[in-house]
Design a protein around this ligand. Structure first.
Ligand SMILES: NC(=O)N[C@@H](O)C(=O)O
Ligand code: NI
Length: 169
């Protein structure tokens, strides 16, 4: 399969098969702190296995070279992983559904999204995704994911006959 992935705008609905969109725009909230603060409650859930611990990290990422060939995707079987941009820059996502749980990805299910700098994502457990795709050098992301025993990062490399490309406008 040779395909240039269409980069879709990130919306709650479109991203639902892969996880949550963390944003305030257009989302419900309620007032707290004596009316001084709007709480956008439970935009996503931290998913963990019984032995896992939720941890908070910062990823400082370099941009990748585009057009980019998507040679691999990874997944975290024991927990979710969220990325929230700290500097307000757009970033890209390439994902594929959990599938049947096997170490295999149907390349026709791979999708690309562009997040605005005011959107974050929370990949659900086992959702295939490309490592962070920053669009600005040394961009930083707040990352909430799982620490604990076991290998929590499976990598799947596409066959050489599969050429999935992401290119910027
Ligand atoms: N390996 C690691 O911590 N980073 C990846 O999980 C990623 O999604 O960027
Ligand atoms: Ni990851």
């Amino acid at each position: 399969m040779i395909k240039t992935l269409k980069i879709e705008p990130l919306t709650k609905e479109a991203f639902a098969p892969f996880g949550d969109v963390i944003e305030s725009e257009g989302r419900d909230h309620f007032m707290i702190n004596n009316g001084s603060t709007q709480r956008y409650h439970k935009l996503g859930e931290v998913q963990l296995d019984e032995q896992g611990q939720g941890i908070i990290n910062i990823f400082r990422a370099e941009t990748l070279e585009y057009p980019l060939q998507i040679k691999m995707l990874e997944r975290h079987p024991f927990g979710s992983q969220s990325f929230v941009p700290l500097f307000g820059h757009d970033f890209l996502l390439v994902v594929a559904p959990v599938g049947d749980g096997s170490m295999n990805i149907d390349p026709s299910t791979v999708r690309a999204f562009r997040a605005t700098g005011r959107q974050g994502v929370n990949y659900h457990r086992g959702v295939w995704h490309h490592p962070i795709m920053a669009l600005r050098d040394n961009d930083e992301f707040l990352v909430v994911d799982r620490s604990g025993p076991g290998n929590n990062c499976d990598e799947f490399f596409f066959d050489e006959s599969v050429q999935l490309t992401v290119e910027l406008d």
